[in-house]
Design a protein around this ligand. Structure first.
Ligand SMILES: [Zn+2]
Length: 101
């Protein structure tokens, strides 16, 4: 379990990284999605996060029509032009449960 402070929003995060392989150059690289932002981290062989950077640009080539992020208190629907719509997560959670059960 690696613990680090998100460099974008300052919250403390825990991540679980599968580190069975030897890291290239001594550090594992990972991109972490936290809420609406992305962070790049470097984790050493002992599971400690050595560096954490905000990811400034995230480019999706051939983006989906809509991207949906569901959080505990809200859901965000992002269209392919980058417009974000905030909505009630409850009906979306129900829909996902129907798909996955
Ligand atoms: Zn964050």
């Amino acid at each position: 379990m690696a613990k680090f402070r998100c460099p974008v929003c300052g919250k403390e995060l825990n991540i679980q990284l599968k580190t069975e392989k030897e890291p290239v150059g001594g550090l594992h690289e990972a991109v972490v999605q936290h809420e609406d932002h992305l962070v790049k981290i470097y984790v050493d062989a002992d599971g400690f996060v050595r560096r954490a950077f905000p990811v400034e640009h995230f480019v999706r080539v051939d983006p989906p029509l809509y991207t949906v992020h569901i959080y505990e208190d809200r859901a965000e629907i992002i269209d392919r032009n980058g417009h974000t719509y905030i909505t009630d997560p409850a009906p979306l959670i129900d829909a996902v449960k129907k798909i996955t059960s």
